[in-house]
Write a protein that binds this ligand. Structure first.
Ligand code: SAH
Ligand code: SF4
Length: 365
């Protein structure tokens, strides 16, 4: 393994790039209070603003119709509301919908709305591109462009809520990027999502997915909230993982599993092993049996994801092989869900829509 630390770019700061004003979502509480005081506003105006932001899922000051015009103007002059714009929507017959969002600097990210009976899940991005560069994944093809800011992570929620008229039931950070390499921006976003006075979501409704970035798993455990952890294993041995994940940010399986054990012990939530099933790479009967054993030993459930073709390098196994693999897991006593890649029909897996909609050449911050 060539290197073990994440990129230095922490995407710090909450300035939206177009206006250079701080985002209303991440402005420190004391500063907001001072703003209302300086503008001679009563404290109930602040509550009204928070009601719009966190209960009515509205970011645009112009839409906050019960605030006086002068206050809305003052807010506009001092803070930025929504820095990203909805650039395209791609609905699929299975009910999922992918949203392409343009960021203030011309970059683009994706999110997916995934309905299932009785609930709605939003799949959100954490970075523009991804430094891990898994060979089967469109998101990592050009490496990391930049980290998302906290407000950009949260704005996805507003774009999604605008489509469905409410907050989602669940959020999975499984869109573009390796969230554990952007914890500086992701943890404040999660803190706001679970704060009762903000979005008020239960931590167990949030899932962070990682390719196995070990220091990040320990950091998430230290964060100490009951978040779900999903780890993209894809293989039961290091040699096979090396075929799929480049050396730079890949950790040995043993270290990943030790970190997962530590997480479960501290947080008390069952982990999930994600397993992208790829023909002749990791779809053998022996792999299924070993995966089931691993999952049982580490008290994890398995999320089986049939590969959705993004490159000529790999192929999706036939449905018969996928079914057999799933049946073997169950026969071996593993807890398993077969994700039928709902996103696959909407311009395919994560990162592909963005890849076709880039507006500007890659720019680093
Ligand atoms: N970086 C994190 C989260 C984003 S990727 C991680 O790797 O876990 C979320 C999931 O999508 C991962 O399990 C990944 O393996 C899967 N994925 C990415 N591209 C895919 C593809 N083309 N087909 C199937 N699954 C894919
Ligand atoms: Fe990054 Fe996850 Fe894609 Fe790998 S699968 S390149 S870690 S987004």
């Amino acid at each position: 393994m060539a290197g073990r630390t994440g990129p230095d770019d922490d995407g710090a700061g909450a300035l939206t790039m177009s206006s250079c004003l701080p985002s209303i979502l991440t402005v420190p509480e004391a500063e907001l209070q001072a703003f209302f005081r300086d503008n001679g506003e009563k404290s109930f105006r602040r509550k009204q603003l928070q009601e719009w932001l966190y209960r009515r899922h509205t970011l645009q000051f112009a839409a906050m119709t019960d605030l006086p015009g002068a206050l809305r103007l003052a807010l506009t002059e001092r803070f930025a509301d929504c820095s990203s714009t909805l650039a395209a929507t791609l609905p699929a017959p299975d009910g999922t919908e992918k949203l392409l969002l343009h960021l203030a600097d011309g970059e683009a990210i994706e999110m997916v709305l995934i309905p299932s009976p009785g609930r709605m899940t939003f799949c959100l991005s954490t970075q523009v591109g991804c430094p891990v560069g898994c060979r089967f994944c469109a998101s990592g093809r050009d490496g990391l462009i930049r980290n998302l800011h906290t407000h950009e992570i949260l704005e996805q929620l507003y774009h999604g809520s605008a489509r469905i008229g409410r907050l989602p039931d669940n959020i999975v950070f499984m869109g573009i990027g390796e969230g554990l390499l952007n914890l500086k921006q992701l943890l404040p976003a999660i803190t706001m999502l679970i704060a009762p006075e903000r979005f008020g979501m239960a931590p167990r409704r949030l899932t962070v997915s990682t390719s196995g970035y070990v220091p990040g798993i320990y950091e998430l455990a230290a964060f100490g909230r009951e978040l779900n952890l999903a780890v993209s294993l894809h293989a039961v041995d290091d040699a096979t993982r090396a075929v799929l994940i480049p050396d730079t940010l890949r950790y040995p399986l043993a270290e990943i599993l030790a970190a997962v054990d530590d997480y479960q012990q501290k947080i008390g939530r069952m982990a999930t092993f994600e397993y992208t099933l790829i023909e002749a790479v990791n779809d053998q009967d022996s792999a299924a049996r070993a995966l089931a054993r691993l999952a049982r030993r580490h008290h994890a459930k398995i999320n089986l994801i049939p590969y959705n073709a993004t490159t000529e390098l790999f192929r999706r196994p036939s449905n018969a092989v996928i079914r057999r693999f799933a049946e073997l897991l169950e026969a071996e006593g593993a807890k398993m869900t077969l994700r039928l890649e709902k996103g696959a029909k909407v311009a395919a897996a994560c990162g592909q829509l963005r890849a076709t909609h880039r507006r500007t050449p890659a720019a680093t911050e």
